[in-house]
Design a protein around this ligand. Sequence first.
Ligand code: NAG
Ligand code: NAG
Ligand code: NAG
Length: 474
Amino acid sequence: MYLLYYYMFHIFICVYIYIYNFFRCETTLSQFLKTIKSDSSSVRMEDTINILIIHAQSPNELIKSIAITWIREFVQIFGPNVLPHASGIFTAILPCLEYNVDSKKNIKECAVSVNNSIMSLISSSEHKSQNIEKIDLRSVMEVLSQYLTHNSVHTKIAVLKWIHHLFTHFPSEMSPHASNLGANLLGILSDNSDEVVLQCLSVLAEILNSTYNKDSNDFNKVHYRKFLLSLINLFGEEKKFLDNRASLIIRQLCVLLNAEYIYRTFSEIIDEEVIKFASTMVRLLNMILLTSPELFELRNALRDITNEHSASLFKCLYRSWAHCPVSTLCLCLLTQSYQHVSQLVVLFADVEITLELLNELDKLVQLIESPIFASLRLTLVSKANNSADAQHLAHALFGILMLLPQTEAFNLLKNRLQCVPNYWGQTRINEENSLQHKSNIDFDVLLEHFKKVQKFQRTLRIQQRRNIILPEDN
Ligand SMILES: *[C@@H]1O[C@H](CO)[C@@H](O)[C@H](O)[C@H]1NC(C)=O
Ligand SMILES: *[C@@H]1O[C@H](CO)[C@@H](O)[C@H](O)[C@H]1NC(C)=O
Ligand SMILES: *[C@@H]1O[C@H](CO)[C@@H](O)[C@H](O)[C@H]1NC(C)=O
């Protein structure tokens, strides 16, 4: 009886398609559906829907179109009872979301409608927990993960939205799937489509936030760190990915999650792990910190290191920033540690002046001229408290000027400094009034750290050069 029914349905579909082809007789379908609607118990939904799911994957567009139309009707008629077949339904509808041509419009519309019906079934607040239990999440996640690498942007976005939806609404049910999924999602970050990358980041942020936030702080920290370390490793693997995607990814993560936490964690990783491209990574983080609107609050927090919290953030960032000398100068200018900047500039005598470093100094001068450093420029003429800060800053900027070859940047900075009162012959600076002095930061410790890291970088460079000249034999 069971098997007979199964075959009869297959035959029915085939006959139906045959009739449809010859007579374009749409009423047959609606009549059959009407029968089902009036007496849904007469249909063995489980068997029928499986047949429909198979036909919906047919390469024949007509068969596909009919099968998907029927799936839509079935979802309407049987409601939550179709949920145990969710993974099959996803297998059928998700690839159809890419259809944009007119001939396939019907298929796409049906697929969108099924997608939305399923969503409202598991989001309706009254039966939410009841309905999610009907879904076999493991097989649904398998299907979704598989379609993550589908070549259609529409399909990928729909998949990502589904994963996001499931994590937002069912964090505890979804948490066992988090780690498997995380690895797959990292791969998607190199997608060519911005939209896919941004959607993927929302999912990653949601997973970090919803799955791990409830647990203790330490646990949370471990997961953030693991994720950001994988991200750094990805950046290190491919230069193109680093150049084209890293900035977008970091900025978006700072929007979605806590920017300070992201920056602190990045800095801890760079300070504690051996990362070959540490200075490149720091340069990138520094540029984003100084220029992007997403980091506005963090930037402002760092301007006042007399505040305990900001001071601790500054010290944390400094440890990794030391890998990149010019970025360290930027950070110290931002935090108004002007006296320290003058000390650092002197150390540049020992830092190898490469073309790259000159380029960075060039950018630093541009930054000083930009609105972000307007308050710094005003400090130069400040009269408050014996202008200790003004004098230290002027010394620091003259130092930077002396590092520059006589290029455009040199003239820019020189012109700026010509507007500054001449502090050289003035009475002794009253150190105690400088912001740097008012903070509780031990700058001597920082200076030692800077020297140590630079020494390490120097050995690294020498090693790398040797490797280029004498390639490792193996
Ligand atoms: C499919 O469903 C998800 C909800 O989980 C929704 O966010 C998304 O916009 C839907 N996609 C389409 C193309 O309708
Ligand atoms: C992360 O979780 C916190 C509290 O648990 C919440 O306030 C915040 O909006 C969440 N952020 C995201 C991106 O979900
Ligand atoms: C100047 O210094 C005094 C005492 O150190 C302090 O109370 C005051 O706030 C400072 N003024 C400015 C503008 O920094």
